[in-house]
Design a protein around this ligand. Structure first.
Ligand code: CA
Length: 321
């Protein structure tokens, strides 16, 4: 079915595969070498079923690869997918989705493929994420293996009203973080906070993100990974991933939080890493796009300097998510 080299991109919005529309119709694509694709799709439906569908040779297969009980309220649902680097031999597929039992929360699970369908009851939970609140929030959902073998997970701050908390700065929460875990769900002992935290917090690899919808690895002799982070109403960021980095969201303890390029970061913010590129929102359809997807490439198509940005934000009517 799939190959072993994958990339991901996500779309939110009305361009659903079968004409599914609305804010909660969500898709992720996993490509293989022969351009066959797996598509994650979740649909606002009375039975809250999320599906992973396969496109083979340009045709959507009628039988879903996987069906999951999920919650499609707010930004929830089936939010991310990636393949194991050794998929060709182990057939593992990883999915980030909103689980409904015992309490609504996000989860990363591993499933085993048998051709174009998942083996029944093959789900292995890789990591359980925090219980969700009763209102909306930012959940991220990006999944990507890096060349070090680690599975990187982008988790949003989970906050409906970001003025209420700085959870992305707290090592006591998995929200607002980039996690690094092993493919079997264990936590690498060389994670940057492994020895200074306990439990699942040891999976925290970087902090201070708001809504990391996607991340991608630039391969090569010095692999680099980039995080695409939807920040507040005015700015979108592309951040270069680094172990232990703090990307600033949720700092300081009360608004205005850091977002975009910060010219003079507070020296008390340890390991702060400025964005490598940020773009401001306009108020038109062409200039108000949230950074919900993105691929990393070595092709020098559009070198641009970082935007200059102070630490305050100016609310606009631009896209947010
Ligand atoms: Ca930032």
């Amino acid at each position: 079915m799939f190959g072993d080299r994958t990339g991901t991109k996500r779309h939110l919005g009305p361009e659903g595969l079968d004409g599914l529309g609305g804010h909660t119709a969500q898709q992720a694509h996993v490509y293989d070498r022969s351009a066959r694709r797996a598509v994650v799709r979740t649909q606002k439906a009375s039975n809250n079923v999320g599906k992973v569908r396969v496109i083979k040779n340009g045709q959507l297969l009628s039988k879903p690869f996987l069906k999951l009980d999920t919650d499609t309220s707010y930004f929830r649902g089936v939010l991310g997918i990636t393949l194991d680097p050794n998929f060709s031999s182990n057939h593992y597929v990883y999915v980030f989705y909103t689980a409904t039992s015992p309490t609504v929360h996000n989860r990363v699970s591993r499933f085993t493929a048998n051709g174009a369908v998942a083996v029944a009851s093959s789900e292995k939970v890789i990591i359980e994420l925090p219980i969700l609140g009763t209102t909306g929030g930012h959940y991220g959902g990006s999944l990507r293996f890096a060349t070090d073998g680690g599975l990187y997970v982008g988790v949003g701050d989970g906050v409906a009203d970001e003025t209420a908390t700085n959870v992305a700065q707290s090592l006591d929460s998995l929200n607002g973080k980039i996690l690094r875990i092993n493919s079997d769900g264990t936590i690498p002992s060389n994670n940057p906070f492994f020895n200074s935290t306990s439990g699942n917090s040891r999976a925290i690899w970087a902090l201070g993100v708001r809504q990391p919808y996607s991340l991608d690895v630039l391969s090569g002799t010095s692999p680099r990974m980039y995080i695409n982070d939807v920040v507040e109403d005015g700015w979108e960021e592309i951040d270069e991933a680094a172990a232990g980095a703090n990307y600033g969201w949720g700092f300081p303890n009360s608004p205005p939080f850091y977002e975009g390029f910060v010219a003079s970061p507070d020296p008390t913010l340890q390991n702060y890493q400025n964005t490598v590129f940020a773009y401001a929102h306009g108020t038109t359809a062409d200039t108000s796009c949230a950074i919900t997807g993105g691929r990393s490439t070595t092709r020098p198509r559009c070198a641009s300097p970082p935007s200059t940005r102070a630490s305050t934000s100016t609310p606009t009517t631009a896209a947010d998510g």
